[in-house]
Design a protein around this ligand. Structure first.
Ligand code: NAP
Ligand code: HSE
Length: 429
């Protein structure tokens, strides 16, 4: 059968864009065999035409304006790899859909904030909008949820979905280095968002969770409904103390339907050090999907960087070349329900790190306040200290966040806390 041609327009030639170009060139023959199509690049776009990107651009056209690229007659699939929730990325994706092009993007921020409107637009135009690279880098989790697990009622989605945070947390433990040095390493590896506060603030990972929740629970993407806390407040002390108690700190996302609504949270949690999540190193991501029939599957792989992210983009391009066409969030966007956000209600054990004024009865006051709020202590440790404040760690038995909050509020009136306690939920997976 003669080979067809699928003509691409690629906007964004940074870490991911250059990775896509490299695979398209290196694997041209393999890709043609697999898809039955010759994948060609009609034109590309970036901000700075003169920048040396380490790849030749001599065989493709250039557009300064990504919107113009999106509308070109010789583009069948517009590939958006610029980033940013709004601005050029959104304008160009909308222009591409309006012009009857299929779209592939890696842009989780845009999908988390505008996914519903873009999905409706794509479906009204009869086009596909694919975004495998937007969640968990090289892990084909969108495909797993929309296709492989289509026969399941999904009960829970959880995981580590930001390579930068996992890299920083694991390298802090290994090397004792602080944020700044580790940021530089993440930049070298191509992990960071253009605005790295999205990474360490938990926002990038929450964008990804919002997308997964929509597919898993048939709801409209609801980024605003996510309870978010980043890793900025996690200190080397917390990492060392958690390790001492048998745990590791991970930026963990959890989404599940509860009787009261959709619970979505992205925050640093403790996980057992020897558990699959606990041993996750560097930029690796892990997504756990639970369904009524399959029970549990665990997907693990590189969550960021040139090769893994470009691999996911190529998977989407190949699906389009093979005429695999699915609704954006696994079912028609018009049928997605609005979700009702709910806070976590299931009891869990908690880790508390406190600095107590070192005077008689201080610890007794803390124990008594916890007891009065119905929070039972599982383990406790006090460390030697040279100054006036005593570092104390407490691991509670399972309790509700409500009971713990009551205890924390009573604690602040005891006069024995030298600073606000650090509170981290312990998640068993
Ligand atoms: P990046 O290295 O910062 O590259 C962004 C590219 O977009 C650059 O080539 C830039 O041009 C171009 N660009 C930005 N604004 C533009 C505009 N207004 N018009 C034309 N071109 C513009 O970013 P990246 O890491 O490749 O990420 C791209 C997308 O993939 C983002 O949505 C990101 O969230 C997502 N993603 C990244 C990773 C990762 O590991 N890096 C993983 C998953 C998803 P210049 O080069 O000329 O400045
Ligand atoms: N900045 C993101 C991360 C890139 O560190 O995981 C992958 O989405």
């Amino acid at each position: 059968m003669p080979s067809q041609s699928l003509r691409l327009g690629i906007a964004g030639l940074g870490t991911v864009g250059v990775g896509v170009l490299r695979i398209l060139r290196k694997q041209a023959v393999l890709l043609e065999k697999r898809t039955g199509s010759t994948l060609t690049i009609s034109a590309v776009s970036a901000r700075d035409r003169s920048k040396d990107r380490g790849v030749s651009l001599s065989d493709c056209g250039w557009e300064d304006d990504p919107v113009a690229l999106a509308k070109r007659e010789d583009v069948d699939v517009f590939v958006e790899l610029m980033g940013g929730a709004d601005g050029a990325a959104k304008a160009a994706v909308e222009a591409a859909l309006n012009a009857g092009k299929d779209v592939v993007t890696a842009n989780k921020a845009m999908l988390a904030l505008h996914g519903q409107a873009l999905a409706e637009r794509a479906e009204a135009a009869g086009r596909v909008l694919r975004y495998e690279a937007a969640v968990a880098g090289g892990i084909p989790v969108i495909k797993a949820l929309t296709e492989g697990l289509a026969g399941n009622e999904i009960t829970r989605v959880l995981g580590v979905m930001n390579g930068t945070c996992n890299y920083i947390l694991t390298r802090m433990e290994e090397t004792g280095q602080g944020y700044n040095a580790l940021f530089d390493e993440c930049a070298r590896l191509g992990y960071l968002e253009a605005d790295p506060t999205l990474d360490v603030g938990g926002i990038d990972a929450a964008h990804k969770l919002a997308i997964l929740s929509s597919i898993a629970f048939g709801t409209q993407v609801d980024f605003d409904g996510i309870e978010i806390e980043g890793i900025e407040r996690v200190t080397l002390d917390d990492i060392r103390h958690a390790a001492d108690m048998g745990y590791r700190i991970k930026l963990l996302g959890v989404a599940q339907q509860t009787g009261r609504g959709l619970e979505q949270r992205m925050m640093p949690c403790l996980v057992p050090a020897a558990s699959p999540l606990g041993v996750l190193q560097g930029g690796t991501n892990m997504v756990v999907l639970e369904g009524d029939a399959v029970e549990q599957i665990v997907l693990r792989g590189p969550g960021a960087g040139e090769g893994p992210t470009a691999s996911a983009v190529l998977g989407d391009i190949c699906d389009i070349a093979r005429s695999i066409r699915l609704p954006v969030f696994g079912q028609p966007a018009s049928g997605l329900k609005q979700s009702k956000p709910a806070r976590a209600i299931l009891p869990a054990p908690y880790y508390l790190r406190m600095a107590l004024v070192d005077k008689p009865g201080a610890l007794a006051k803390i124990a008594s306040v916890l007891g009065e709020a119905g929070v039972s202590i599982d383990r406790m440790r006090q460390y030697g200290h040279a100054d006036e404040t005593a570092p104390v760690l407490i691991v509670t038995h399972k309790c509700t966040r409500e009971a713990l909050d009551a205890a924390l509020s009573a604690m602040s009136g005891t006069g024995v806390l030298a600073s606000d306690p650090v509170v981290l939920r312990i998640e068993a997976v």
